[in-house]
Design a protein. Structure first.
Length: 411
């Protein structure tokens, strides 16, 4: 039997041990952590809708009307009007003919990638894609070509090499740990030229970028060239769950073969109703998206004024790459002592040597609080002698390069 305590000890020794922190209040720009008020700088509740009174009310009304659970998988007895209605609205929002809800983004990605690529075929995946995509590639049993981050030349080389075996190109729209945006126009062009399906994960793009928060695909104007747009309900939409938007042929196929859709209980009605209300609020007040962008810009500027080399992202995700996992954790603890909660992110979530504080702005932050947070993080960084390494354009390569075709990030 494997010695789990020894494995935990290894994690502790290498600075990779994880533990849960318990928050004693709703998600919001401020939270209560271990009895202390903290400025929250690492939530994906980007628009502050998880705590919005209308969204809460929609969830509680749905619980009273529909009950708390869906009872079964959609194909057994769990498909309810609330599911169909949210799918209709999401498809409209993403300008696609159809949509399909999933239990979570993790389930959607593992299920959809493994449904759309199989043995003998090739799936092309950006090296910084989310772990759920990596796991989907593994489950598919297809050969996986991992192209260098956002490197369309490398992708094209792989597509040529695969000849007619290419089944699927899959990429994050906004990369979850760096906050940069995939070159979707070029990728869509390559997908069309090489007759390969294209799937974009908009987990961090929906509600955050593009016209009215419609996402990175809409921002690039390639809605018609992206076959599958996946997104989550648990981030900017303040609820839980996920969706895939595509044409009816694809959604019909997924209903028939996608295992997490078939073999998992449908989303609970309160979560569905909350996401629907959040979507309505986003449509009614798209100014929230602009506020989010302005807050992210203010945060970046304030961190740079502290001499911190934050990455070149243009989105709400603001990474400060520290490098070593233990030093990143020390900076996180230093910030916590000063009243700022910005979680350190370490391997395998990010490649070795690129541990970081992954900071996220929310539309509900006050600029003066973001400036205060930057001052506190600056002070903690100076105390520890930790300054962020320049990442991306013009600086050091953001990630160590991996061998072609190697799929090795998620441990
Ligand atoms: C890019 C990306 N895709 C998918 C997921 C998984 O979504 P969920 O949290 O709904 O499982 C995440 C979660 O953080 C993500 O960052």
């Amino acid at each position: 039997m494997p010695d789990l305590e020894a494995r935990l000890e290894e994690l502790r020794a290498s600075g990779l041990y994880r533990r849960l922190r318990v928050i004693e209040s709703p998600q919001g720009p401020q939270v209560l952590l271990d009895g202390r008020a903290m400025l929250l700088l690492c939530s994906n509740d980007y628009l502050g809708l998880a705590d919005h009174s209308h969204v809460r009310r929609a969830a509680s009304d749905a619980a009273m009307h529909w009950g708390t659970g869906a009872g079964a998988s959609r194909l057994v007895c769990g498909s309810m009007q609330v599911h169909a209605e949210l799918e209709r609205r999401l498809a409209e929002f993403k300008d696609k003919p159809a949509a399909l809800l999933f239990g979570s983004g993790y389930l959607a990605n593992t299920g959809v990638v493994s449904a759309l690529a199989g043995r003998g075929e090739v799936v092309f995946s950006d090296e910084l894609n989310h772990a759920s995509i990596i796991d989907g590639c593994r489950l598919s049993r297809a050969e996986t070509f991992v192209y260098r981050h956002a490197d369309t030349e490398h992708l094209e080389w792989g597509l040529r090499k695969a000849r007619d075996r290419g089944a699927l190109i899959v990429t994050d729209g906004v990369f979850s740990m760096d906050g940069d945006v995939a070159p979707l126009a070029e990728i869509a062009e390559l997908a069309a030229r090489h007759d390969c399906r294209l799937m974009v994960d908009e987990a961090h793009a929906t509600g955050c970028v593009g016209p009215g928060g419609r996402g990175s695909v809409a921002a690039a104007g390639v809605e018609e060239r992206v076959d599958v747009v996946m997104g989550t309900l648990g981030k900017a939409l303040g609820s839980y769950g996920a969706y895939v938007c595509a044409d009816e042929g694809v959604t019909e196929y997924l209903v028939n073969v996608c295992r997490p859709f078939i073999f998992s209980t449908a989303l609970p009605p309160p979560a569905v109703a909350a996401a629907q209300r959040a979507l309505e609020l986003l449509l009614a007040r798209p100014g929230r998206v602009d506020k989010l962008a302005a807050n992210a810009a203010a945060l970046r500027e304030a961190l740079r004024a502290e001499g911190l080399a934050v990455g070149p992202s243009q989105t709400q995700i603001v990474p400060l790459v520290v490098g070593d996992a233990e030093r990143a954790m020390a900076l996180c603890e230093g910030a916590l002592e000063r009243g700022v909660f910005a979680q350190a992110i370490r391997p395998p979530t990010v490649p070795p040597g690129t541990s970081r504080l992954r900071m996220t702005a929310m539309a509900t932050h006050r600029v003066r609080d973001l400036r205060r947070a930057a001052r506190e993080i600056g002070a903690a960084a100076r105390e520890l002698g930790v300054l962020g390494a320049p990442a991306g354009e013009g600086g050091e390569p953001r990630t160590p390069r991996r061998d072609d075709g190697a799929l090795d990030r998620a441990a």
